[in-house]
Design a protein around this ligand. Sequence first.
Ligand SMILES: *[C@@H]1O[C@H](CO)[C@@H](O)[C@H](O)[C@H]1NC(C)=O
Ligand SMILES: *[C@@H]1O[C@H](CO)[C@@H](O)[C@H](O)[C@H]1NC(C)=O
Ligand SMILES: *[C@@H]1O[C@H](CO)[C@@H](O)[C@H](O)[C@H]1NC(C)=O
Length: 873
Amino acid sequence: MLFKSSSSEGKICSSDLASPEFGLILFLVLGFSICEQGMNSELQTKEYKWLFWVLLMLTFACLTKKSKAADSYLIDCGSSTNTTVGSRVFVADKYHSKLLSTPQEIFANTSSKSILNSPLYQTARIFTGKSTYTLSISQTGRHFIRLYFFPFVYETYNMSTAIFTVLAQEFALLSGFTPQNSPIMKEYSVNVTSNTLVITITPSSYSFAFLNALEVVSVPNSLIIDDANLVNNAGSYGGLTQEALELVARVNMGGPLVNYENDTLWRTWVPDDSFLLNKNSAVNVSNIAAVNYGSGLATTYSAPASVYGTAKEMNSADDPALNFNVTWEFDVDPGYQYLVRFHYCDIVSNASNELYFDVYINSWIASKDLDLSTLTNNVLATAVFVDVVTSSITASNLRVSIGPSDVNSAYPNAILNGLEIMKINNSVGSLDGAVPVAPGTSSKSKSGVIIGATVGGVCAVVLAGILCFFCGRRRKRLSSQGHSKTWTPLSLNGGTSYMSGSKFSIAGTASTGANLEYRIPVSAVQEATSNFDESLVIGIGGFGKVYKGVLNDGTKVAVKRGNPRSQQGLSEFHTEIEMLSQFRHRHLVSLIGYCDEKNEMILVYEYMENGTLKNHLYGLGLPSLSWKQRLEICIGAARGLHYLHTGYAKAVIHRDVKSANILLDENLMAKVADFGLSKTGPEIDQTHVSTAVKGSFGYLDPEYFRRQQLTEKSDVYSFGVVLFEVLCARPVIDPTLPREMVNLAEWAMKWQKRGQIEQIMDPNLAGKIKPESLRKFGETAEKCLADFGVDRPSMGDVLWNLEYALQLQEAVLLDDPDENSSNLIGQLSPQLNNFRQDDLDVSSMQFESGNVDDLSGASMNKVFSQLMKSEGR
Ligand SMILES: *[C@@H]1O[C@H](CO)[C@@H](O)[C@H](O)[C@H]1NC(C)=O
Ligand SMILES: *[C@@H]1O[C@H](CO)[C@@H](O)[C@H](O)[C@H]1NC(C)=O
Ligand SMILES: *[C@@H]1O[C@H](CO)[C@@H](O)[C@H](O)[C@H]1NC(C)=O
């Protein structure tokens, strides 16, 4: 009897129910049996000895259970060899095939090693249908789930067009997701409540999914505590331990990058400078040695000493009269609540200067008259953190500010040592959109879900009935009680948030609401596209599908229909409407209207007969463009960008300049498109906009990538890549080529610097470009690709140089072909220089929208009247 029970209990011990408490019971049984044995010494049989040892082992196993290794799954997807990152080994995918159920095994790899910051991104697994990772969990509780993405082209799979959903347990981590064209690691933290964690990856219909690496690791449960303060002192927010969180930002204030190798939980803490709105408002302070953990809430798991030991301090210059905020700004998705964790460690105070300060999130109060000494039992330099949960965010950015408190009369100061911003799942358990797909990994759990849903549904109906009854009777009493935690999914799409503003009166602000006069009913769009007939699809992008259509007045249009579930798409949708309804220009694609009814995100543009510049360069076998046509297209696109940069007091940065975003009308006139990622540029007193890196790989300004600081010069860089693309007629990233040729920008610069760019240019152009024109063009592209933004020309200079290259191409034809072109340059230069300085510097002038091109066009015509054919409107 005893034997039997011990073996079955052994099983329990290894399962989830095992606990040190159970070990203790076994220990008592063991002790009791030993005592009994001593009393009845004649029972000292062989069996008894065996039982003794079994019990001893079990006790040991259960008591040591707590120190059992935490979960750690590091999977290098699509790889057939292990990959070492720092001191960790990501195990080759093939060794994990038992954990994965997937319809097809597709391992993809790219040879473009030089451009990637981690070897994990070189391989990926492609999922052509619903696939699940089933991971056994030995320590229930909070886990980090990190997903690594970098889209590249493998065989017929262009990963930048993949659209898919990722679920973990009951939470939707990603929904209708398409990765941007740059390496990205997304970190989630989820409380795993059972002894298996199921991660489900589901491609959208007609699409596929991919993953470069997957990481699931245990973290201490104490990392996320259940309660946090609500903003504006509205009480406390409970239940965080049950929620899924997505990392938005993790910042080391006033210090350098803290690498994952220096963090107990493999987190990376980035410097704060690129988020800081006014650089002069704060200074760095550092005293890492002083940091102590102990009486505060924080442990080394909260953040390493290298984070607590540095801070940004208000730059108060010992002036007691100063009163301002230090503010950082972060990109966020609207429609969610965020957990903001402020890490503090008072390394600045001394006996004479007490530190009291206020902390804000947007215009909400996060902490009022904060006195760190009360949080740390008066021990200076003690690490502590304060968790604050925001109300639902309505904008696409979140600002964190610190500033002096009124309490402090002597010396205004405020500090912040570290900051983490985490998105909280919405009411349907999703971190990405409103409606997650029901999980259900086996038929059993599926039916469970269905039964649950049915029972839940019946209960809900009954409850709703009761509620209605009471509501009807007591409407007046109840109406005053709002429920602030309820998420209202459609308020953003409902269109009510738009304000009708005068389109052009507010020069310099792109933050005005989209204009209502552009709104089109969904029925008109359905009619124009035969109810989104698949045969009318002319393109598929990250945002969704693009249809060709005809409005009932006969206007041909391109209809871009956003994936309704993508919250990321939502902010891009709004940006695009804002930008395009304010900026009208011959070389910018015009917005005809938009539609935001019924949760739709639809943009209607003028139809561009000849599609993208990219399609005319390679890939589709269209007739090769002549050099003159190419130059004219580049000039048109440059004008559009120049207008964006200078047409208003505040520059607009396109952020996604590429040949696929330059469209051609029936006369091959170029227009710049796709403003979804645009940002308004720096204010006068700032030199850059800080923002998370977005854009397309291969075109991305390396300086922007390194420092996450955006200026117009990032567009100039991307445009330089387009220029080489136009000259060489090949993709900017082509992983099928030998290593040194993969990245066009690198490859072309190598040849350009040698003065032999003709060696790699489009063979169709051979012998058709005048050497002077080619030289000018090559030099212009080279300058655009300068490492540092300050060394790159402005878009106006680029435009001027391209005009010049066109003149050189044409003028030499008019002149005696044998004549040295330096003559010609000598004749043109003074005029050109005057023109450049006086006429093209539109940024210093005040314009009404729409006139910039007229004006610059007129000047061009004046200067080049003999040489240049007028571009008819
Ligand atoms: C870790 O921190 C130490 C000292 O702060 C520094 O010397 C070292 O380079 C850091 N290592 C990494 C991998 O960041
Ligand atoms: C700091 O920011 C908060 C929130 O936006 C604002 O209420 C407060 O007036 C600001 N303080 C100063 C001195 O500008
Ligand atoms: C997050 O999801 C959990 C579980 O589905 C749910 O209980 C919780 O209310 C959600 N959080 C919010 C803020 O809606």
